[in-house]
Write a protein that binds this ligand. Structure first.
Ligand SMILES: O=C(O)C1=C[C@@H](OP(=O)(O)O)[C@@H](O)[C@H](O)C1
Ligand SMILES: C=C(OP(=O)(O)O)C(=O)O
Length: 458
C-alpha cells in the first residue's frame, strides 16, 4: 500500500500484485438481502434486529428513505441494526424528495412500496441512476392504480426525477415479467403486500428469490408454483401483518467475485473468501469459473439467515474459454464485468451472450468493459447482447491506460482486478463508486497482498 490508507482509496488509483495473493478475507453483507431487511423490518410491527448489514451507500439510501417514511432505524454500537416498523399500510408521507443516490434496487423496490400507500413521493438520484429505465416498474404499478410523473429519458424511457402518487386500496394484478428482473418482481410483490386480494407475478426465467424467501420469513402469505414450462408463479395475499425478525445477512457473492477472480488470475495465489452466500439464484459465476477450470473449493458449507453459505478456497488456475450458457445469466447478472476480465486471461475464446440487461445497469456494462479492456490490450468483440473475448492464455495484459468507471462500482472493481495482471498500470479514473456496495474493497485487496497506488496527477 502506498501513500494513502487502504480503507479510503484514492479517487484515482491503480492496483498491482507484486506477488501471489494469499490469506483469508470476508466480504460485506449481501446488498440485495440488506435492502430487503430494512424494507421489510420497516413494515413489521415491533423491533427487528439485523446483523451483518452491508453499510454501503446504496443500503444507507434505503435506510434514509424508510426513516423518512416513518420507520425508526438505528445502528447499535455492537454493529447490529435495530428497526422499529410502522406496519404494512403505515408508511408516512415523506417531507422531502427521497434521494436514492446510485441505487436501482432502492428506487425500484421503494416505488413498489409507495405505490400501494396513500402517499406521494419524489425520487431523485445521481447522474447514473437518473438515466436508468423506470418504465419497467411504473407500467405494472400503474396497472395497480398508482400514478407517476417521470422525467423523459433516452428513447422515451421514464427516468428520475420521478413522482409517484400511491393509491390505497390498490388493485391486485397478475403480471408476466417482460424482462428477467428481480427488481421488477420485487416491486410488484411489495406493492401487493398492502393490496387486498392476491397479486401474482409470473416469471418466465427465474431471478434471485430473496424477496420471496424473506417475505415468507416475515410471515407474509406467499406461494410459489412452477407452471411445468420453467416459469414460476409467485402469489402474495395482501394486507398481511409482518412479524419482526432477527436476520443475519450472509456475505455478498457479487462482492466475493472480485477476490475470487483475482486469486484465480494472479500466479501462485491461494485465497479463502469466508461466509459467501451461495443461493442458487445468485451463484452462477462460481459454476462458470469452475467450468473454465477454476480451482474453487466450497468448504464449511452451512445455512446463514436461511441462505446457503460456504467459505471458498480459491487457487490460481489456468482458465480455458467456454460458451457461457445464456440461461445462467440471471444468476450472475452483476458478475459479468469481472468474468470478462477472467476471460481476457483464459486460453481460447469465451462467448457471453444474452446480456442485454447489462446495458441498463449503473453504466452500459458491455460497452464500458469492451472499451476499457481493449484499451489495456485485451482482444474483445462487442455484440449487441454480449461480448466475445479471446484470452491471452495466462499472459499478463499490456495495461498502460486510464479507464473510466462511469459511476459504476462493478466497473471500477473489475479494472482493479485487471490491473493485478497487467504489465503497466491500469488507472481507474474514479474509485468512489465502490463505496456503494463494497466500502472496504481496497483494504481487502491490500490484506491479500495487492498494492494500491494513487494515480499521478498532472
Ligand atoms: O433485486 C435485486 O436486489 C437486484 C436485482 C438485479 O437487478 P435487475 O432486477 O434489474 O436485474 C441486480 O442487478 C441488482 O444488483 C440487485
Ligand atoms: C446493478 C446493480 O445495482 P442496482 O441496480 O441496485 O443499482 C449492481 O449492484 O450491480
Amino acid at each position: 500500500m502506498n501513500a494513502s490508507s487502504p480503507s479510503v482509496p484514492p479517487a484515482s488509483a491503480s492496483f498491482h500484485a507484486p506477488g501471489p495473493l494469499a490469506g483469508a478475507v470476508r466480504v460485506p453483507g449481501d446488498k440485495s438481502i440488506s435492502h430487503r431487511s430494512l424494507m421489510l423490518s420497516a413494515l413489521a410491527v415491533g423491533e427487528s434486529v439485523v446483523e451483518g448489514l452491508l453499510e454501503g451507500e446504496d443500503v444507507i439510501a434505503t435506510a434514509a428513505a424508510m426513516r423518512a417514511m416513518g420507520a425508526d432505524i438505528a445502528r447499535g454500537e455492537d454493529g447490529r441494526w435495530r428497526i422499529h416498523g410502522v406496519g404494512v399500510g403505515g408508511l408516512l408521507q415523506p417531507r422531502e424528495a427521497l434521494d436514492m443516490g446510485n441505487s436501482g434496487t432502492s428506487t425500484r423496490l421503494l416505488l413498489g412500496l409507495v405505490a400501494s400507500h396513500p402517499i406521494t413521493a419524489t425520487f431523485i438520484g445521481d447522474a447514473s441512476l437518473s438515466k436508468r429505465p423506470m418504465g419497467r416498474v411504473t407500467d405494472p404499478l400503474g396497472l395497480m392504480g398508482a400514478e407517476f410523473t417521470a422525467s423523459p429519458g433516452a428513447g422515451g424511457s421514464q427516468c428520475l426525477p420521478l413522482m409517484v402518487r400511491g393509491i390505497c386500496p390498490a388493485v391486485p394484478i397478475e403480471y408476466r415479467l417482460p424482462v428477467a428482473s428481480a427488481q421488477v418482481k420485487s416491486a410488484i410483490l411489495l406493492a401487493g403486500l398492502n393490496t387486498p386480494g392476491e397479486t401474482r407475478v409470473i416469471e418466465p426465467v427465474p431471478t434471485r428469490d430473496h424477496s420471496e424467501r424473506m417475505l415468507r420469513g416475515f410471515g407474509a402469505d406467499l406461494s410459489v408454483e412452477e407452471d411445468g414450462q420453467g416459469a414460476r408463479i409467485i402469489s402474495i395475499r395482501g394486507e398481511a401483518e409482518l412479524k419482526p425478525q432477527a436476520i443475519t445477512v450472509p456475505g455478498d457473492p457479487s462482492s466475493a467475485a472480485f477476490p475470487v477472480v483475482a486469486a484465480l488470475l494472479v500466479p501462485g495465489s491461494v485465497v479463502t473468501v469466508e461466509n459467501v452466500g451461495l443461493n442458487p439464484t445468485r451463484a452462477g459465476l462460481y459454476q462458470v469459473l469452475r467450468a473454465m477450470g477454476g480451482d474453487i473449493a466450497f468448504t464449511n458449507e452451512r445455512t446463514v439467515g436461511g441462505e446457503p453459505v460456504a467459505d471458498l478456497v480459491v487457487r490460481h488456475s489456468a482458465l480455458s474459454g467456454i460458451d457461457v450458457p445464456p440461461d445462467v445469466v440471471p444468476s450472475m447478472v452483476d458478475e459479468f464485468p469481472v468474468l470478462f476480465v477472467a476471460a481476457a486471461l483464459a486460453r481460447g475464446r469465451t462467448v457471453m451472450r444474452g446480456l442485454e440487461e447489462l446495458r441498463v445497469k449503473e453504466s452500459d456494462r458491455i460497452r464500458v468493459m469492451a472499451e476499457g479492456l481493449a484499451a489495456i490490450g485485451a482482444r474483445v468483440e462487442e455484440l449487441e447482447d454480449g461480448l466475445i473475448v479471446d484470452g491471452t492464455g495466462g499472459d499478463p495484459l499490456a495495461g498502460g491506460a486510464t479507464v473510466a468507471a462511469h459511476l459504476d462500482h462493478r466497473i471500477a472493481m473489475s479494472f482493479a482486478v485487471a490491473g493485478l495482471v497487467a504489465r503497466k498500470p491500469v488507472v481507474i479514473d474514479d474509485m468512489a463508486p465502490v463505496a456503494t456496495s463494497f466500502p472496504g474493497f481496497a483494504a481487502m485487496l491490500a490484506r491479500l497482498g495487492a498494492e494500491i497506488r494513487p494515480a499521478q496527477r498532472d
